[in-house]
Write a new protein. Structure first.
Length: 453
């Protein structure tokens, strides 16, 4: 490997990284997942949410610890190429970008909720306008994007806490005194099983909204004092989620009977709880801001690793051409095209994403293995880490994370149909074959894209 990256001027401190991570993890999922969880475990949903936050943090802990060892310019791709070799690094870097297909869903969901506030405007107009606006903002550079993210995230926090705290003033009298009774865990739907099985299923559903904050490691190369600011921001986010998700979970499961909130989005419950003015205020500050923060941060989250992937030769070099603000505008423009075309053609991208679940789960397994190898493969990184945890703790965290990731992949296999399995395996094999071919062609020269500061 040759060194081509110089130390970047830090633009992002702990507050910016915190708000970007919070905006990444709080997306449309919290609006819909809580109601699904009520259907599984009834009034115990808020406890399941706390457990999901803990498991999500344990699944992310190795990456949190690893982020204190080096400034990484290409996100997870860079250290995967270092710890797992060029081909597996390329495979991870390409596979991990498949989630960019979700841009279309983000835009449509944004349009859906804005249409609630402004019903005269079609949701497609809002969707395309929202995607385009955040594209233009991200073209202005990381600093401008982060400044906007701070404002959007604060609005989002206020919106969700408005729902949670106002709802908590109307909790059922026995909300806490009855929490150890079997009835507390009864499902919110007649077909639900409840009990320990329902509680476990609720945790699995809710984990979909408790892990995504580690995406901000893509900005390590553009952070101030990255070895300290990045792990600190990543550790503060779960604490914020405890307050935000805990209050939302309590309101959803312990104000109205569970049968009335099961499988319902937050907006349905908010309409029952609040006056029309407060309801529309919540829709804008809650669901709309949740999607806005996700869209705003996602452009950079996916662009940064792809720039390094391209510089290393896995994609044509022209793709990584940057504008005067240091933004690879061709990638961001491609994100817009990928998002807008399905919206215009009324094509559901959700089916494609569900068919790729196994492929992305396998990539997460590789990520854990790559993290566990960093003390031996990234020279000087372990010795110069900012967070001086002992090796037994680090490897123990990797072991717990591996078990969680392996179980999640196993669960995705159990819920997959034949089409999903075939598509996932085909994508995995095609990506691996491409990486082997690209490497053998001599076009790949993986550069050292991390530094000890």
């Amino acid at each position: 490997m040759e060194t081509t990256n110089k130390k970047s001027d830090g633009l992002l401190g702990v507050p910016s990284l915190f708000f970007m991570g919070l905006g990444s993890v709080i997306g449309a999922g919290v609006v819909t997942y809580v109601g699904l969880a009520v259907g599984y475990t009834g009034r115990a949903t808020w406890i399941a949410y706390l457990a999901a936050i803990l498991l999500g943090f344990l699944a992310n802990l190795p990456l949190v610890l690893m982020s204190s060892a080096a400034r990484i310019h290409g996100g997870n791709y860079s250290f995967m190429a270092t710890t797992m070799g060029d081909v597996m690094g390329g495979y991870y870097g390409i596979t991990n970008t498949l989630s960019v297909l979700a841009f279309s869903n983000f835009g449509l969901s944004l349009g859906l909720y804005l249409n609630v506030v402004f019903p005269a405007v079609p949701k497609k107009v809002f969707a395309i306008a929202g995607i385009s606006i955040f594209f233009l903002i991200n073209l202005l550079g990381t600093g401008k994007m982060a400044a906007l993210q701070n404002v959007l995230s604060v609005t989002l926090i206020v919106g969700l806490l408005l729902f949670g705290f106002l709802g908590m003033t109307r909790l059922q009298p026995d909300t806490f005194s009855a929490m150890f009774s079997a009835d507390y865990f009864l499902p919110g739907t007649p077909e639900g099983r409840g009990g320990s099985w329902g509680f476990f299923q609720a945790i699995m559903v809710l984990m979909g909204s408790t892990q995504g904050y580690t995406l901000i490691t893509s900005f390590s190369g553009r952070s101030r004092d990255a070895k300290r600011s990045m792990p600190l921001a990543l550790s503060l986010i779960p604490l914020a989620l405890i307050v935000i998700y805990g209050s939302v979970g309590l309101t959803m499961s312990n104000v109205l009977p569970a049968a009335e909130t099961a499988n319902q989005p937050l907006t349905v419950v908010a309409k029952l709880l609040f006056s029309p003015f407060v309801y529309y205020l919540f829709v804008f500050a809650g669901p709309v801001m949740a999607l806005a923060t996700t869209l705003n941060s996602s452009f950079g989250v996916f662009e940064r690793p792809l720039v390094q992937v391209t510089k290393d030769g896995w994609l044509p070099q022209s793709f990584a051409k940057e504008n005067k603000n240091g933004v690879a505008w061709k990638f961001m423009a491609a994100f817009v095209v990928i998002a807008v075309i399905p919206i215009l053609l009324n094509f559901s991208i959700g089916t494609i994403l569900s068919n790729l679940t196994f492929a992305t789960s396998f990539a997460n397994i590789l990520l854990v293995i790559g993290i566990a190898r960093y003390p031996k493969t990234m020279e000087g990184a372990w010795e110069n880490r900012a967070w001086k945890v002992p090796k037994w703790f680090f490897y123990g965290a990797c072991g717990v994370c591996f078990i969680i990731r392996l179980f999640l992949m196993y669960r995705s296999i159990l819920t997959a149909n034949l089409t999903m399995a075939i598509v996932s395996v085909a994508v995995m094999l095609a990506t691996l074959l491409y990486c082997f071919w690209r490497k053998k062609s001599g076009k790949v020269s993986v550069a050292k894209s991390w530094e000890l500061q």
